[in-house]
Design a protein around this ligand. Structure first.
Ligand code: C2E
Ligand code: MG
Ligand code: MG
Ligand code: MG
Length: 292
């Protein structure tokens, strides 16, 4: 009797796992033509040096303005795009759009900043990745050091040997590499030794409840020391309050990204923020970005 009960429970679980919500089917169907109709946009979130308040780089984050479903977050549609293969098209569009934007900002006379682009596993392991990167660098003529690629630990450990090779080739092109969501996947010291990386982005889960005398604080202290020893840049993700900033200052964790400074912004708003930031550099007396 007990066994029967268990197995029927299992069936329910299994069904709910397999059954795709109707909204997912709708999204899946509307990938067709969505790029051409201009439904996707890149938003940009600044990485800020907390000691100088200067913007030191940006992360490009995709948004989908769906005609009937409204703004769909990437956490919903990126996995779906991976599953259906649309990620190749979307990923190419993201790379191209980000690189074009780097050029536009350059033409507008703004201080050059690096823009980070997220790559999902499927994109990263696609055999055409290097050719595509090479092509985009030569057509846009951007300085490759201003393009950064973010991959996650989960992506990296899918095939650590291949990842090492690929990242070496990416770095040969002059492109920088960041390990995103650091600490949430298999943060093996072995791969830190092996992979050619430029940046570690400490996942928001370690920052969320960051206060004095917490385990999170000690973990970040250790990661900062590790990164320093390995000559990696550290970025704290998801910083949204002044207390976190205070703790991060004490840990000498200089670069942060999060709502405390800015949400991800549409291009026009980011352009204005960059213009203000640039003004600020030339006239350091003007007010800081956020006095918090
Ligand atoms: P991620 O790369 O780790 O990006 C950081 C996410 O944290 C972004 O969510 C950002 O809006 C959010 N965030 C930033 N600061 C704060 C904060 O202070 N508090 C909180 N609660 N959240 C904050 P978003 O834009 O929804 O993106 C989610 C994920 O979707 C990204 O995580 C990335 O993995 C993926 N993604 C976004 N854009 C792209 C893309 O163009 N291509 C691919 N393949 N994946 C993307
Ligand atoms: Mg990212
Ligand atoms: Mg992240
Ligand atoms: Mg994340």
């Amino acid at each position: 009797q007990c066994k029967e009960h268990k197995s029927s429970e299992y069936r329910i679980y299994e069904n709910s796992m397999n059954a795709k919500a109707p909204e997912m089917f709708m999204l899946e169907n509307s990938f067709h033509g969505a790029l051409e109709k201009g439904e996707f946009a890149l938003y940009y979130q600044p990485k800020v040096n907390i000691f100088t308040q200067e913007i030191v780089g940006l992360e490009a984050l995709i948004r989908w303005q769906h005609p009937t479903m409204g703004l769909v977050p990437p956490s919903i549609f990126i996995p779906l795009a991976e599953e259906t293969g649309f990620i190749s098209e979307i990923g190419s569009w993201v790379l191209k759009t980000a690189c074009d934007q780097i050029i536009t900002w350059h033409h507008q006379g703004l201080q050059p900043l690096s823009v980070a682009v997220n790559l999902s596993a499927h994109q990263f392991y696609q055999p055409t990745l290097l050719a595509e990167l090479d092509h985009i660098l030569s057509t846009t003529q951007i300085d490759p050091q201003y393009l950064e690629l973010e991959i996650t630990e989960t992506t990296a450990v899918e095939n650590i040997e291949l990842t090492t090779q690929l990242l070496q080739q990416v770095q040969t092109l002059g492109i920088h590499i960041a390990m995103d969501d650091f600490g949430t996947g298999y943060s093996s010291l072995n791969y830190l030794k092996q992979l050619p990386l430029n940046t570690l982005k400490i996942d928001r889960s370690f920052i969320q409840d960051l206060k004095p005398n917490t385990k999170d604080l000690e973990i970040i202290r250790a990661v900062v020391a590790l990164a320093m020893g390995l000559d990696l840049e550290i970025v704290a993700e998801g910083v949204d309050n002044a207390e976190q900033i205070q703790v991060l200052k004490e840990l000498n964790c200089k670069i942060v990204q999060g709502y405390y400074f800015s949400q991800p912004l549409p291009t026009a708003e980011m352009t204005r923020m960059l213009q203000d930031n640039w003004q600020q550099r030339r006239h350091p007396v003007t007010v800081a970005l956020n006095s918090g």
